[in-house]
Design a protein around this ligand. Structure first.
Ligand code: SAH
Length: 353
């Protein structure tokens, strides 16, 4: 029998589920609070042992387990391979900043967007994650921290792991709402960033949810011609439609939009292309994050040297476009998304030929 995943439930839903099991409301409340603090049933010390035992047979409060972790010697970044209840794996990355701990989480096993430079999409999308599994990724990271005697917990979340969050829209929205449940994990949505490759109708829908998350858009090109060469989704939505949706997002939420731009050698990294990009973004409340493309073993695109990044950045600045070079963290533990999972899948794959 499949266990019921409780992490995806609001407190009210969990109380209702508890009632169906014959439990008074306060039990549901207790379970909800324990769960959001990372506890498994065994640790819920104010519940009778027999109840903990019977609940653990039918329900799941910690659906995500850490299967593997790698700690960067450079900056303490931790890369996780998370195991889901059905045996599938996704990646997460814990980054340490002055302002707190930020966790990058996955929203799908794999991805169906097919971007040419990305490792996550090489084998398509296996399945969507549930809201409870997304929350479970954060709970797993918090348990990891607690088990090492660290007092801090995850304060910031970025939906930038494997998957296209807006392709798993309903579960992602449910997850975001869970973050601000009164007795839950309580992560402010102002500390949450959601990254999309540009699903225009969903971007507009998100603008109307009244969820103050930061919208990040993977642009990676100054025009549609170049964008179509690397991102299949660009054949469906033009850059102008994306930028219109961004303007709408800014108007609705009052928050600036972040554009991600991975510089690839001989593709999108020339100063003339920086000027073209600046021209397109002028007047839009935004910020550009530059990063040299991370070469992926299975992909034919290459990154750029530091001086190319600097020149591109400088050109954007000259054009009065707010931009920074994104700090790369955990460079020694397999950077770009999907790489750790792939290297493990590779090790596990039967060797043929
Ligand atoms: N599907 C969403 C969420 C993934 S976020 C999106 O497309 O935005 C992961 C970010 O890393 C995206 O900006 C993605 O384009 C970028 N990325 C993927 N592969 C990369 C690589 N090899 N080098 C640099 N950035 C990469």
């Amino acid at each position: 029998m499949m266990k019921t995943e409780l992490t995806g439930m609001t407190e009210a839903e969990l109380i209702a589920w508890g009632r169906e099991q014959g439990l008074p409301a306060f039990r549901g409340k207790q379970i909800f609070q324990w769960m959001h603090r990372g506890a498994d049933f065994a640790e819920m010390t104010n519940l009778p042992a027999a109840l903990r035992e019977s609940l653990s047979e039918k329900a799941l409060v910690q659906p995500v387990q850490i299967r593997l972790e790698r700690v960067s010697a450079l900056d303490g970044t931790v890369k996780f391979l998370f195991a889901l209840p059905d045996g599938n794996c996704v990646e997460g990355v814990l980054m340490r900043y002055r302002y707190g701990l930020s966790l990058c989480i996955s929203t799908q096993v794999g991805c169906r967007m097919g971007c040419r430079f990305c490792a996550s999409t090489l084998e398509g999308c296996v399945r969507d994650l549930t809201a409870g599994e997304m929350l479970g990724e954060i709970l797993a990271a918090n348990r990891y921290l607690r088990d090492r005697g660290e007092e801090k917990t995850v304060s910031h979340v970025v939906l930038m792991g494997s998957g296209e969050p807006l392709d798993n829209y309903d579960q992602v929205i449910r997850f975001l709402r869970l973050l601000r449940e009164e007795n839950g994990i309580r992560i402010s949505l102002r500390n949450v960033s959601l990254s999309t490759c540009g699903l225009v109708p969903r971007m507009r829908q998100l603008a109307e949810e009244e969820l103050p998350v930061t919208l990040c858009v993977s642009l990676h090109a100054p025009n549609d011609e170049i964008r179509r060469m690397t991102m299949p989704i660009a054949r469906k939505y033009s850059m102008e439609e994306i930028l219109d949706a961004c303007r709408y997002y800014v108007e609705k939420t009052g928050r600036r939009v972040i554009f991600e731009y991975a510089l690839a050698d001989g593709v999108n990294s020339d100063p003339a292309q920086a000027r073209e990009l600046a021209g397109r973004l002028r007047g839009l409340q935004c910020h550009v994050n530059l990063i040299p493309l991370n070469a992926v073993r299975e992909r034919d695109m290459r990154g750029v040297r530091e001086d190319t990044v600097r020149r591109f950045l400088q050109t954007l600045e000259e054009e009065h476009i707010s931009a920074t070079r994104r700090r790369e963290m955990g460079d020694d533990i397999e950077g770009a998304c999907g790489q750790l999972r792939r290297s493990v899948l590779r090790e596990e794959a039967p060797q043929n030929g």
